[in-house]
Design a protein around this ligand. Sequence first.
Ligand code: ADP
Ligand code: MG
Length: 277
Amino acid sequence: SIPLGFFAGIGRNSKNGVLIKGGNYLELLSELDTIIFDKTGTLTKGEFKVVEITGDILEITAYAENYSNHPIAEAIIKKYNKKIDINKIQKHQEIAGYGISAKIFNKSVLVGNKKLMQKYNVSIPKINKNGTIIYTAINNEFQGYIIIDDIIKTESFNTIKSLKSNNISTIMLTGDSEKVANYVSTKLSIDKYYADLLPHEKAKIFKEIKNKKNKVAFVGDGINDAPVLAMSDVGIAMGGIGSDAAIASADIVLMDDNPYKIIEAIKISKFTKNIIL
Ligand code: ADP
Ligand code: MG
C-alpha cells in the first residue's frame, strides 16, 4: 500500500506539470543512482533547422520525409515549404535509427544517416562539418547532403549539474553521430555517452547499465525509445514533443518538456518521504 503522503506529493507534482502514474514512482525518484537520457528532444530541443544543403536534393528529400514525424523530417519539410503532391510518393518506409527508404517520381530514394548509406552500399564523401548530416541517394547513388542543427535546451545545463551534486550519474544514449554526441555531452558535462545507436542497441546498453547500477531512470521523448522507457525502474517521457507510445509506456510525464522538472520532482519525493517517516 502507498502511504498517504505520496498522494500529496503527486498533487504537488501535477501542479508543477509533472504527471506521476503512482506513488511508488514518486518514492523511487529519491532512490535513483543513475539517470540515462536520450539526446534528441530530451536534452536538446529537437527542433532541427536546416543550415546547409549541398546538391539539388531538397525537393526529393522533402518528398521522402513526407510521412515521417521525426524532428529531422519536420525540419526538411519546413525548409522545402511547398505543397507535396502525394501521388508522386509511390512507396515509403521509415527505418528507425537509419532514415527513410522511398519511391518518389519512380526513383528509389534513400534519406538518412551514414549507417543507412552503408546498409545499401552507397558510397558517400567524407564530410567534416558540425551538425547532423543527412545523406540523400537516388537509385543507390549519392546525390547530396543536408546539415541540420539542433539546440541544447537551456534547462539541460542545470539539470545535469544538480544531478551531479546529488551524486546521481548521468549517461546519454543517442542514435545521432559520435561527433554530435561528443559535442552535446561535453557541453553539458555528462559522465558518459553512447552514440550511433539503433533502437535495439539502446535497449541492450540500457540493460547492461541497469545490471551494474541500483535504481535507474530513463528520460526520453519516445521517438524510437518506448522500449527503454518501459524497461527502466522509472521511465520519464517528454509530454509535449513526446510520442503517444512514449507517454503510454512512461511512469512519469513532463508536460512541458523541461528536464529540470526531474530535479523538482526528486526534491518533492525526498520531502514527501520525510513527512511520511
Ligand atoms: P536520437 O537517439 O538522437 O533521439 P533517433 O534514434 O530518433 O535519434 O534517430 C537516430 C538517427 O537516425 C538520426 O540522428 C538520423 O541520422 C537518423 N534518422 C532517423 N529518422 C530519420 C528520418 N526520418 N530522416 C532522416 N534521418 C533519420
Ligand atoms: Mg529521440
